[in-house]
Design a protein around this ligand. Structure first.
Ligand SMILES: *Cc1c(COP(=O)(O)O)cnc(C)c1O
Length: 224
């Protein structure tokens, strides 16, 4: 292994205050990298491709908590529904309903986050704040008994300008508070704010993140 996964992991963990969890983003990295992080005690890993995830799930320890962090097509939900711990990037009611349906078939409740589109980049997925408000207001999600909405997820713009990153994350934080107040005030499970990646997780921690998703800083550059 040409990368000091264990040392890098320890560094990232040392930066995280209590109450902020690390999702180690292992997409495109081999099992031995994940095993190194696992040996250090890391148990939450994030992947963004269904087939790659399936192969890893089959061969890696069973007590790993897998989070799906990428864009998820509705026709793929059935494959991950039996085992996925959290689906982080739900950006439509259609996807939410499909997750509910597949979770029901597996007799389980799947935790999800709603993905916000706040970054300026066109290519990013996610719900605009208004689309998210609309989805929650319409209320159909309340009937879905096999999904549990645990919070919000977002990616800030990939820019150098820290003040831009900070203002996007603060927008997400304030929006979280709005949604919490309006829809989830009595629901303790709605508590997660998933923002912060390798280049911006220290800012995310300052902006109320409860869950950072860090890949490159731990595992090195991805080979696609
Ligand atoms: C790949 C990915 C990450 C991790 O990015 P790094 O820059 O490698 O830390 C985090 N979140 C999402 C949604 C990703 O797709």
């Amino acid at each position: 292994m040409d990368y000091d996964v264990k040392g890098n992991l320890r560094h990232v963990l040392a930066d995280l205050p209590e109450g902020v969890r690390l999702v180690a983003i292992s997409k495109y990295h081999p099992n031995e990298y994940i095993e190194a992080a696992y040996a250090e005690g890391q148990r939450i890993f994030g992947e963004s491709h269904e087939q790659e995830l399936r192969q890893k799930v089959e061969t890696l320890p069973k007590d790993i908590e897998w989070h799906f962090i990428g864009h998820l097509q509705t026709n793929k939900v059935k494959y991950i529904a039996p085992y996925i711990s959290m689906i982080q990037a739900v950006d439509s009611l259609k996807l939410l309903k499909e997750i509910d349906k597949q979770a029901a078939k597996n007799d389980r409740v799947i935790k999800v986050l709603l993905e916000l589109h706040i970054a300026e980049e066109e290519t990013k997925y996610g719900l605009t704040l208004d689309a998210c408000r609309q989805l929650l207001k319409e209320g159909e999600w309340r009937q879905l008994e096999h999904v549990q909405i645990c919070g919000l997820m977002m990616m800030a713009s990939f820019v150098e300008d820290e003040s831009q990153i900070r203002s996007e994350m603060m927008l997400a934080k304030n929006f979280f508070e709005e949604v919490k107040r309006d829809y989830f005030a009595a629901d303790d499970a709605f508590c997660e704010r998933s923002w912060g990646m390798s280049h911006d997780y220290p800012i995310a921690v300052e902006c109320g993140s409860t869950m950072v998703r860090v890949g490159t800083t731990i595992f090195g550059p991805r080979v696609y």
